[in-house]
Design a protein around this ligand. Sequence first.
Ligand code: FAD
Length: 462
Amino acid sequence: AAASGEQPAQREATIVGAGLAGALMATLLAQRGWKVEVYESRGDPRIHGFAGGRSINLALAERGLHALRAADADRDVLAQAVMMRGRMVHPADGGTPQLQRYGRDDSEVIWSVSRGELNITLIDAAEAAGATLHFDRRLEAVDFAAQRAFYRGGGGLHRVGFQTLIGCDGAGSTLRAQMRQRADLGERIDWLGHGYKELEIPPAADGGFRIEPNALHIWPRGRYMCIALPNDERTFTVTLFMAMQDEGKGDPSFETVPDATAARALFERDFPDALPLIPELDHDFEANPIGTLGTLYLDRWHLGGHAVLIGDAAHAMVPFHGQGMNCAFEDCVALARHLDATPDLATAYAAFEAERMPDAAAIQKMALDNYIEMRDLVDDPGFLLQRELELALQARHPTRFIPHYAMVTFMRIPYSLALERSEVQRGILEAATQGVASVAEVDLEAVDREVLRSLPPLADIP
Ligand code: FAD
């Protein structure tokens, strides 16, 4: 076409879902000159506000920020974000909470962002880049052979043609269900058996934050926990995580704590310093739903060039590493890169899947492992000793020994590589801290030899 002087045809995509991944994907493709149509089942949040009207927040880290930079949305998002320097761990006896920094200094932090505000910023960015958004349009069915999709909304069923569908419709994806009717996707879901309930800490009487704002608060209690993330309107969103059903180990569960009275008793016993911060505990506990948690695995994310799944639709995970959105945003950047590299959609989708599937599996595993760390280990002396040694080894070998949390949160190396190196590092830390009470007792020279032997410098890794 270029030789004959014709313009190449404009590339077209239909995106299902204008949530976090959908709105960012729309922005990235529209910026590249694609014709982008987006169908979202909910109403326009800029008009209707967010469903439920509750403040719900997420931890944004370097992978997500990098994707937002690519869409030129990072400044707007950070302007509304609250910095979190580390974990503020609240002991069971109600004693003074302690801050455990995530990184070495304030260049290594994460950000608490409002899901609603972030989504609106990205929807605005998608429209500004030239994408067309259709709200109140729920994907119901797809005729892949005829390349037509059916959307319900506005009192009717709408039949619309498509070139290709990009599924950003979240963990309960309808597009995935439609693809499954055409091909075996190898879908399986591992339910965690634990769920969550959101509660709120309102601002103090003087309008400020009631507790330290620049931290992610954790009340670890062994097999269950509470966490709290700050919102820029001076509130905190508290999330209580515990088993759905009684596990017979004497721990609370949503079965044994079914109502506000039982929840109040649980807080009096296990979260005494949090209870006075949550004046509407009874209301929040009764009114807010119990969220369920699981990990979604697929063997296939695309159907030739007809459709591809990204974000939670492809690989929903438990939220304990704060990486689901960050990973979904990284997917958007990777998919745009593969689409840039070839005009053939099936080739681009296959290359995207080959690159990202091992990484999604790695962060899914690390997210499951992190539940144990958050609820049980963060106040454990052995864990704290390993954490101290980790920082000492990072100072001695800055390109080789990078703490697990830093590789996932502050770097953009593939998740699969972060997992592989974390496993080697964990082995080194466990061996070195066997039977010792402080870092001073560790044989650092022997550990150095092991680091040099088993961890190549990260800069040398392609
Ligand atoms: P979603 O955000 O679910 O968006 C899907 C969109 O598709 C929605 O707008 C929906 O209305 C729309 N839709 C659904 N069905 C249809 C349909 N049939 N037709 C049209 N539209 C449809 N991640 C982090 O990175 N950091 C965190 O701190 C963090 N904390 C979390 C805490 C909890 C309790 C949970 C549950 C998750 C957390 N996550 C976190 C994960 C994060 O929320 C998800 O990974 C992220 O929202 C995925 O984005 P998505 O766009 O793929 O899906």
